[in-house]
Every structure is written in structure tokens, then in C-alpha cells.
Write a protein that binds this ligand. Structure first.
Ligand code: PAF
Length: 307
């Protein structure tokens, strides 16, 4: 049976994950258009995990209007999502699926306000990629991707989920479809709540967190996150979170995390959507989260020292 493929994927921004998706779309014959906010930062080349150099020669001009067989991909930070969705609101057909892929939580709620009727798909990945300069991206860690439908999608249009799954499977493989994607997002939230602030604060690669001196703090963060997740209706025991965090640390040992890179380049980090989200939910549920609070405050104070 032939698998459905989109007419095109329109990828917003020029970040590392969006650029990696564009390069893999090209390698798999999927028409794509990378749409950076600043055209001077358009990614033009991918250095693959095995060191091969791929020129993004197939980048199509940005489409004015997207149809039912196109996919809008929003691989931007949570705080940039509402604005990006607003810009595309009038340029989508009612059947165009919109795929969100980002670290942290709160993203789909922000997009939902702008696109109340659109079918939204949520994904999270542990692939590692960095922009080594404005025009080049390096694939630094081979991870996994999980994908599912937003819990409040009305009626998905026929074949939409298959279209999104087939496409993402070619752009960020391996992809697992998750019926309860919110659980997958919480699992990834715990990974980011540990790796991102610790690597940024201590100025280290992910692999440094394998050392014994981080063990206690990692365990504390996972216990706090599990307690908040539980209060939010997600049954994710701390031992499961810890095991998953250690696995991702091992697989991405040679990477600098995205928050490390943001601090290094004096960019706004995703701390609000990661540890900040845990703090927000903890406050609502009356749970104490001192380690997450410390990490949040520390990264915020690092951001405030940018000149
Ligand atoms: O944000 C990141 O850097 C990534 O999500 C991860 C998986 C922590 C790997 O560095």
C-alpha cells in the first residue's frame, strides 16, 4: 500500500530541529519550504550525524496559502508560538494539519487560542541538533520522536493523522505514535527540567551529568516533577522519570543542550515553559518544588545579565 505524503511541509523559523527536518524531507523526496523570520539566517547546509554534508538545494519559496495536503510545522519556542500561529491563521485551509514540536509545556494551549478549529498535532524529540553558524546545522545526537493528536482536536479529517505520522517518520525518525501524547510530553518535560538548566548553569555538555555529584540533584528534580505530574493526573513514578533522564543523558552525552546554547548565545531560554511550567502547576496544586524553583531563578538571573 502506498503511504500518504504531503504536497509540502512549510517549516517556520530557522532553528536546529526545523532545519534538520527540512534536510531529511529533502533526502526523502518531500517538498519543503523553510521560512526563517530573518532571511539572513536561512539554513543552507546540514552536517549529518555521520559527518556527511547536505546542501538544502530544494528549499521552495514560502507558500501564501496551505491546503489539505500540506502541513504547517511550528518548531519554535513556546513563547514564539502564538505570534507564529497568528501569522498563519488566514493562510490555512480548514483541513491543513498543524504540527507543534518544542521543549516544555503550554505551547498547544497558546496555539489553540489562535487556531480554535485547526487539527493540531504535538510532537517531542530527543534528537540533538545545533546551528553551528547562521547557515549550517549539525545533527549531534540520534534520538527518538513521539507524536500524537492534541487532546481537544474536534474531528480529525480523514487521513490527517496518517499523513502527519508518515511525514514525521521521514523527517525525525524513529517516530512512535502515542495515544496519550500529554503523557509523552510530561516525560520529556522531566528530561528537559533536568538536563537543560543543569548544563546551562554548570556550562557543561549533557554527558557531564552522568557524574556522581549530579545524582542527588537529578533525583530531587525527578521526585518534584513526578509529584506535580501526579497531581495533574499523570501517573509517572519518579524512578521511571529518572531512568528515562539517565538514558537521554547517555544518548546525548556529546551534546550541548539547547538551553546551554541559548545562554551561550545570549538568547531567551525556554526556562519559563520547562521548570517555570512545573512551578506554575505546583503552585496551583499546593506542592513545594524547591529544586525546580532554585533552577528557575538561577537561569532567569543568568538571562538578566545579558548586555
Ligand atoms: O533541549 C535539548 O537540548 C534536548 O531536548 C535534549 C533532549 C535535552 C538533548 O540535549
Amino acid at each position: 500500500m502506498t503511504q500518504p505524503l504531503p504536497s509540502r511541509i512549510q517549516i517556520i523559523g530557522s532553528g536546529a530541529i526545523g532545519s534538520l527536518m527540512a534536510a531529511n524531507a529533502q533526502r526523502n523526496g518531500i517538498p519543503y519550504s523553510l521560512c526563517p523570520r530573518d532571511p539572513a539566517r536561512l539554513t543552507q547546509r546540514l552536517i549529518t550525524y555521520s559527518g556527511q554534508s547536505i546542501l538544502l538545494s530544494g528549499n521552495m519559496p514560502v507558500a501564501d496559502q496551505l491546503g489539505a495536503r500540506d502541513i504547517l510545522v511550528l518548531p519554535v519556542k513556546v513563547h514564539q508560538l502564538a505570534q507564529a500561529a497568528k501569522q498563519w491563521q488566514t493562510r490555512l485551509s480548514p483541513q491543513t494539519p498543524v504540527l507543534l514540536i518544542h521543549n516544555g509545556m503550554g505551547g498547544f494551549e497558546a496555539v489553540r487560542k489562535e487556531l480554535p478549529k485547526q487539527s493540531l498535532y504535538l510532537a517531542t524529540t530527543s534528537h540533538g541538533a545545533i546551528k553551528i553558524n547562521h547557515h549550517e546545522v549539525k545533527h549531534t545526537g540520534f534520538g527518538r520522536t513521539v507524536l500524537g493528536e492534541a487532546p481537544d482536536n474536534r474531528d480529525s479529517h480523514s487521513g490527517q493523522s496518517e499523513l502527519v505520522l508518515e511525514t514525521l517518520s521521514r523527517c525525525l525518525q524513529p517516530v512512535t505514535w502515542q495515544q496519550d501524547i500529554m503523557k509523552g510530553l510530561w516525560l520529556k518535560l522531566a528530561v528537559n527540567a533536568v538536563i537543560n538548566p543543569l548544563t546551562a548553569i554548570h556550562n557543561v555538555k549533557n554527558g557531564e551529568l552522568e557524574k556522581a555529584n549530579f545524582k542527588g540533584q537529578i533525583s530531587d528534580i525527578c521526585h518534584e516533577t513526578a509529584a506535580v505530574a501526579q497531581a495533574c493526573g499523570m501517573d509517572l513514578p519518579p524512578a521511571l522519570l529518572e531512568e528515562n533522564v539517565q538514558q537521554v543523558i547517555g544518548k546525548t552525552a556529546a551534546n550541548y543542550s539547547s538551553m546551554h546554547q541559548d545562554i551561550w548565545h545570549h538568547r531567551v531560554t525556554e526556562i519559563a515553559a520547562i521548570n517555570g511550567y512545573i512551578l506554575q502547576q505546583a503552585e496551583k496544586k499546593g506542592i513545594d518544588v524547591p529544586v525546580n524553583t532554585f533552577l528557575y531563578n538561577k537561569v532567569k538571573s543568568m538571562e538578566s545579565r545579558y548586555s
